[in-house]
Each structure stands twice: as structure tokens, then as C-alpha cells.
Design a protein around this ligand. Structure first.
Ligand code: 3HC
Length: 710
């Protein structure tokens, strides 16, 4: 059925009040059909002599416009077709920009991609000062660039440096910051958005025009305002992009070129180049993979991991047991993201005080980055409290424990917590390896026990593994997933098995890194190769970040559970014994000077019992590390550890940074092809032992010529 018109309008005192409300959709997005509708509406507004100016709003409660319709990109098959799509969007927005009557937009909610490009083409922008009002050009995160004039209009409005900062990272800015940058002309309370936008349209109808001053004084003039300064800006930005993307993501460099070309040769030429580059990017494999990740993440937002999930309990008070690094991270994140009352508990008051201070640092950081106001900071800080007893836990709906990774310790905490909390409250363990049913074996109410595995640092890592045991009540699963979402995390519900999903596939990778070290591969060489493959850091740096003691513990649990193929690498034992635990102790494989990472500590090779001698060829190093992980991932999928390849891929990307442009380990396995992987694993198994023996799932796919994804 054809959707009804997306745009409607009514005349009020000479001002056409236009409302964009895409029927049957949760957000406004700009598709081909919507473009036709916009065109027809603006033609009618132009013709109607009573219309003196336009005030434009969204009819959706929480979004202004979410951008171009991403589903349309998926159907594009050639660069030429994609270029046309971009050029059509540009033409439409050129008409908006040249519209003979002034247009003011009232922005409330997400104003992203093509949505912001539309707003930029209008004469005046009013935005609501509401946390949901966020503006940005996130296109590069989809592997494309702002292709409806965004690479031209934004730098002209706010200067090349500020525009590149947004366009090249795809970051989204809250309305107050967009106002400070000069993207928004007026920042208002949501209740007054409509009136103030109408008033602006009315003023403009009377001939008034806003005077925009370029911000930033002399420096801005030197760097943004003249060609020589700009050359320097582009050179520096290009260098930074190359380092950041490692050549794996073409979109930021292309966006940079579109901006530079437009500033050098004028807006018409700039638009042309922008559309060409958009066309090329839209059909790349990288863009396809990033778009798949967008849709997978969106689907996960609605997925509670079980059929017919009962409504979640609204958590108002959270108890956190264990005020260490993880506990304080969870507490601070819960306060800042969800605004819940948090009560921390640890064995003694000095530890609690340290934990509270660490939790508060998360608030301080938000304040420093101007993501919250001073007033909000004070209000949120007051929600944090703690003690060395369970006082205050009597009103908690959820308690998360983040104590020492030891079954008995966790069971003891569980017993104490159960005695202190209401019968209906849930108990979550932040264990990274211990099966939840084993912890719950000591519970009085095992149906209330669940795993919530956060990643470190909690405030920054986007993944949450939610692990129900077979006895966990469905309502507790919904509550854990919903609470994880309130903390800004993407939860995946995984099976209760040692190491769950992330440590299950990460441990063989880490063990293999140890084998390679023992075989004479240099530390920085291995890290460099895996960064080149697309990981944010290499395996040895990751070990330093995680902490060798933690890694050793995980490796031990996994070996006990799965036996020989998880044999821990002997190369690492010496590190723990000598207290080289990684960043947190100031020395690991690398040296650390405060927060700054130095070079490899040569003394480490003695502890490992080997010296770098080149080791295997680079291609084989990558092959061994990647295939050992892919093999375990395939095996775990076969066991149902994750519910779908989608969950497994999102988990690996968000949990430890599996290269997004490869789509996750299972998509990557599909790309390589199961038959090829099986062949390579067989060769590796012959040379290096049974840990490489291809799992049944891969063999079956190879035999049947099937894949993880249809
Ligand atoms: N295109 C197609 N579908 C979109 C969309 C878009 N731009 N934005 C959101 N949706 C869909 C989602 O897939 C989801 O669909 P579903 O209900 O069928 O699963 C639905 O809208 C609701 O989305 P969310 O569940 O994500 O809703 P939230 O309220 O949590 O978030 C949002 C809203 C912040 C707008 C978020 O959806 C978002 O970030 N969207 C993408 C924004 C974006 O990347 N825009 C750039 C597009 S590319 C572009 O504009 C190119 C231009 O330069 C030419």
C-alpha cells in the first residue's frame, strides 16, 4: 500500500507550518518517495501567495529526521546509480536553499545525516535543549559520506576544522554543543520550540536575516578563513585519518576530499565531487558491512533474547557489591546513564570510598566534556552512596556483584545479598567465566540469579553479555536486558557456558598469541599485524589492558572446561609471577608512564623464555590468530552459545573490537568461505597440532557449501 503524504501543512498568520511525519514509521527518513513529497509541498508553498515564510517541524515525538533512508542504499547495485541518488538529494536541497520564501526549522530529537543536511539548507535553525536533540553527520559510520551537500554546507557554516571534526568521525553532538559550534541559531526549551520557530519565520517574512559571526577569532581566520591555513588543516587531518583508519575505511578520506574540493573550487564543483565519491563508497563491501552492523544493532534494541519476554522491572535502586574497577565502573555508568540510585558495598570503608571516587570520575569526565551541566553533575553525584554493610539494599530491584572471580567468594556474596534484598529483586553476577548455574547452585532463589558481564572500562565498552541459567525466570532476563540498554549498552543474551561468548572465542586467540611469542615473533610485530588486520589494538597490548592475572585466571577456567585445545601458553606464566600484570601495575609487555604507553620492555623476553627471531611469516601469524578464533566461534555457534550469527558478530565487534569492516568473525568466515578455512585449518593442524582441527560446524558448511548467513 502506498504510504500517505509524509508532509502536511497549514497556514497560520502568513506562515506555512509544515509537519513531516512519515506514516507507519517510527522515525522520519528521506526516501525517494519522501523527496517527491517534499518537492510537491514546496512547489505548492511557492505558488500560494498567502505563504510568506515556512516553519518546518517533525511530527515524531523523538526524532526530527534520521537521515536518508538507509534501506535504499542496500538496493543500489552500481556506483552510477548511487551517484544519481546523491545528486537527486543535492538537487532537492539546492531548491530548498534557494527557495524564495524564508524557512525556519524547529529541531527536536535526532537530526542526523540527510536530516541535518536538510536543516543546513534552511535559513534559520532553532533546536530544543533536550537530551534527545542530537545533531550530526554519521555517514562515515555507514561507510559513506554526507552526500546531500553536507560536505559543502557544514564547513561554510562553522569552518573547515569544526566541520571535519564532525564529518570525519561521524560523531553526533548534543544540541547545546551544536549551538556553541554555530550549527544551531537558537537553543530553546522544548515547550517553546514551536512558538520561537514560528516567530523566527515571521521575522524573516518581514525581511529580517540572522547575522552569523564566524567563531574562534584570529586562529579561526588563519586556519579556516584563508587557503594557506586550510591547506595545513587538510594535511593534518589527512594524516590523522590515515593513522586512525589504517587504510581500512575509505569513507573519511573521501569525505575529506569532498570538503576540500568544494572549498577550493566552489560549491557546484564540490557537490559534483561529493556525489561521485558518495556513489563509489555506497557500493563498497566496507559500507555493506557497516550498514549490516547498523541494522543488526537496531534489531538488537528490540530483542530481549527470549520469546514473549515479560515486561522488565523498572530499576530505581541498584546495589553494587565490590567497589573495585568493575564495580565502580558499573556504579558510575548506572548513575550517569540511567539516573538510578546506586548503593555500593565492599568489605571496608576505605575501599568503598575509593570506589565511590572512581564512580564519580565518570561523572566528572562527562562534565569536563560538557555532556552534562554542573547542576546535573551535582544531582547525579548525590545518587551515589556506599558502605561496608548491606544497608540500603532492602529497596534495590537489582544487585550486581563485581567481586573477586572465585566461585566460593561469589556464592558467599550471593547468600549475603539474598538475605538483604526483597524476594522480588534480581541478583546479577559480573563474572567473565564462571557458569551462572554454578553460582546459583548456592542460591535460595536461583530463578532470580543471572549473569551480566560488563567489559572494561565499563563506561566506554558498548557490549553487555546477559547470561541466564536454565533456572533464571524470564522476567529477570527482561530486566537485565532492559537495564543494560538503559546503561547505553548493547546486550546479547548468551548461553550459560564457561567463558560465555566473548572469552570463549578470545581465549584461543590469546593462547595462540603466546604460542607465537614462544615461536620467536616480536611483541610489537604481532601487535602491528593485528592492528593492520583491523583490530583496535593487538593481542599483546590487549593482554596488558585486561591484566595478566585476569587473563591467566580466564585461561585456567577455560582449560578446565574445554581441555587440551585451550592449553594455556606457558609463555605467560612468568609475567604473572614477576608481577608484570599490565597497565594497572605500570609494567607489562610494554612500559607505562602513567597513562602513557611506552615501548616494549626488552626484559620481558627473558620471562617468556625466548628471544624474537622473526618467527613465522606475517601472513601465517595473522592466519593462525584469526583462524583459531574463527574455528572456536563456529564451534560455539554450533553449540548455541549465541542465538544467531548476528549476535555473535555484534558481540565480537562491540566486545573486543573485531574489525567492523569485516562484519564480525562469522561474516568474515563466510567471506573466506568454509571450504578454504577448513583446508587452511587442516594444514595448520598437521604442523602445529590438534588445536587447529576444524570443528564439525565448519566441516559441515564446507561439505554442504553453506554459510552462517543466508
Ligand atoms: N534509514 C532507514 N531506517 C532507519 C533510519 C534511516 N536513516 N534511521 C532509523 N531507522 C529505522 C531503524 O532501522 C528502526 O527500524 P525498525 O523499527 O524497523 O527496526 C527504526 O527506524 C527505529 O530506529 P531505532 O530503533 O534505532 O530508534 P532509536 O529511537 O533508538 O534511534 C536514531 C533513532 C537515533 C535516529 C537511530 O535510528 C539512528 O541513529 N539512525 C541512523 C542515523 C543515520 O545514520 N543517518 C544517516 C543516514 S545516511 C544519510 O543520511 C546519507 C545522506 O548524506 C545522503
Amino acid at each position: 500500500m502506498a504510504p500517505g503524504p509524509a508532509l502536511t501543512w497549514a497556514l497560520a498568520d502568513g506562515i506555512a507550518v509544515v509537519t513531516f511525519d512519515l506514516p507507519g514509521e517510527p522515525v522520519n527518513k528521506i526516501s525517494r518517495a519522501v523527496k517527491q513529497d517534499v518537492l510537491a509541498t514546496f512547489e505548492a508553498l511557492e505558488r500560494d501567495a498567502q505563504v510568506q515564510a515556512v516553519a518546518f517541524f517533525s511530527g515524531k515525538p523523538d526524532t526530527f529526521i534520521a537521515g536518508a533512508d538507509i534501506e535504499e542504499f542496500v538496493t543500489l547495485t552500481s556506483a552510477a546509480e548511487a551517484e544519481r541518488l546523491s545528486a537527486d538529494g543535492q538537487d532537492l536541497l539546492e531548491r530548498v536553499a534557494r527557495f524564495p520564501k524564508p524557512i525556519a526549522v524547529g529541531i527536536h530529537g535526532a537530526c542526523l545525516g540527510g536530516g541535518l543536511e536538510f536543516a543546513l539548507a534552511c535559513g534559520y535553525r532553532v533546536a530544543s535543549d533536550h537530551p534527545k536533540t542530537q545533531l550530526g553527520l554519521p555517514e562515515v559510520q555507514l561507510g559513506i559520506l554526507p552526500g546531500a551537500g553536507g560536505c559543502q554546507r557544514l564547513p561554510r557554516l562553522i569552518g573547515a576544522r569544526a566541520a571535519l571534526d564532525m564529518i570525519l568521525t561521524g560523531k553526533v553532538e548534543p544540541a547545546p554543543r551544536a549551538f556553541r559550534l554555530g550549527i544551531v541559531d537558537e537553543l530553546v526549551h522544548p515547550a517553546t520550540l514551536k512558538d520561537i520557530t514560528l516567530a523566527a519565520a515571521k521575522r524573516m517574512a518581514g525581511g529580517w536575516r540572522t547575522k552569523r559571526r564566524r567563531r574562534g577569532g584570529l586562529v579561526a581566520w588563519l586556519l579556516d578563513g584563508n587557503p594557506l591555513g586550510r591547506q595545513l588543516v587538510f594535511r593534518t587531518a589527512r594524516k590523522q585519518v590515515r593513522v586512525k583508519t589504517g587504510g581500512n575505511y575509505p569513507a573519511p578520506l573521501a569525505a575529506l576530499e569532498a570538503v576540500e574540493h568544494g572549498l577550493k573550487h566552489g560549491i557546484r564543483e564540490g557537490l559534483k565531487r561529493e556525489a561521485q565519491l558518495f556513489g563509489q563508497l555506497a557500493v563498497t563491501d566496507v559500507s555493506r558491512k557497516l550498514v549490516q552492523i547498523f541494522f543488526a544493532t537496531t534489531a538488537l534494541k528490540k530483542d530481549f533474547g527470549i520469546p514473549n519476554p515479560p515486561p522488565p522491572v523498572a530499576v530505581r535502586r541498584l546495589g553494587v557489591v565490590g567497589a573495585g574497577f568493575m564495580g565502580s565502573g558499573i556504579a558510575g555508568t548506572a548513575v550517569v546513564q540511567a539516573g538510578v540510585d546506586v548503593r555500593m558495598k565492599d568489605a571496608d570503608l576505605p575501599r568503598v570510598a575509593k570506589g565511590l571516587a572512581a564512580a564519580r570520575e565518570i561523572l566528572d569526565d562527562r562534565l569536563k566534556r560538557r555532556r552534562i551541566t554542573r547542576y546535573e553533575h551535582a544531582r547525579l553525584a548525590a545518587l551515589l552512596s556506599g558502605g561496608d554493610t548491606y544497608a540500603g539494599f532492602g529497596r534495590a530491584e537489582l544487585v550486581i556483584e563485581a567481586v573477586f572471580e572465585d566461585l566460593q567468594v561469589k556464592q558467599q556474596v550471593l547468600g549475603e545479598v539474598e538475605a538483604a534484598i526483597p524476594e522480588s529483586a534480581a541478583f546479577a553476577s559480573n563474572t567473565s567465566t564462571i557458569p551462572i548455574h554454578r553460582i546459583a547452585a548456592a542460591a535460595r532463589r536461583p530463578e532470580q540469579v543471572i549473569g551480566m558481564h560488563f567489559f572494561s572500562p565499563v563506561a566506554r565498552m558498548p557490549l553487555l553479555e546477559v547470561i541466564p541459567s536454565q533456572r533464571t525466570a524470564p522476567g529477570v532476563i527482561s530486566t537485565a536486558v532492559a537495564f543494560g540498554r538503559r546503561l547505553g549498552k548493547t546486550p546479547i543474551v548468551v548461553q550459560d557456558s564457561p567463558g560465555f561468548w566473548i572469552n570463549r572465542i578470545l581465549t584461543p586467540y590469546m593462547n595462540e598469541a603466546g604460542q607465537l611469542l614462544a615461536a620467536g615473533v616480536a611483541i610489537e610485530e604481532m601487535d602491528r599485524l593485528m592492528v593492520q588486520f583491523g583490530f583496535p589494538v593487538g593481542p599483546i597490548t590487549l593482554l596488558d589492558e585486561v591484566g595478566m592475572d585476569v587473563a591467566e585466571k580466564v585461561a585456567g577456567v577455560m582449560y578446565d572446561a574445554f581441555g587440551e585445545r585451550f592449553t594455556p601458553s606457558p609463555a605467560f606464566a612468568g609475567m604473572v609471577k614477576s608481577g608484570r600484570l599490565g597497565r594497572k601495575t605500570g609494567k607489562g609487555f610494554y612500559t607505562y608512564d602513567g597513562a602513557k604507553k611506552g615501548g616494549v620492555d626488552a626484559a620481558v623476553y627473558e620471562l617468556i623464555g625466548t628471544q624474537p627471531n622473526g618467527g613465522p611469516r606475517p601472513a601465517e601469524i595473522i592466519q593462525r590468530l584469526v583462524l583459531v578464533m574463527l574455528n572456536e566461534a563456529a564451534r560455539a555457534v554450533g553449540e548455541g552459545i549465541v542465538r544467531s550469527p548476528r549476535d555473535g558478530d555484534i558481540g565480537a565487534i562491540f566486545g573486543f573490537g573485531f574489525p567492523p569492516f569485516r562484519g564480525g568473525p562469522l561474516r568474515h568466515a563466510d567471506d573466506l568461505g568454509p571450504a578454504r578455512i577448513v583446508g587452511e585449518l587442516e594444514r595448520l593442524a598437521e604442523r602445529y597440532g590438534a588445536r587447529f582441527a576444524p570443528c564439525d560446524v565448519l566441516q559441515e558448511h564446507a561439505r554442504a557449501n553453506t554459510k552462517f548467513y543466508p
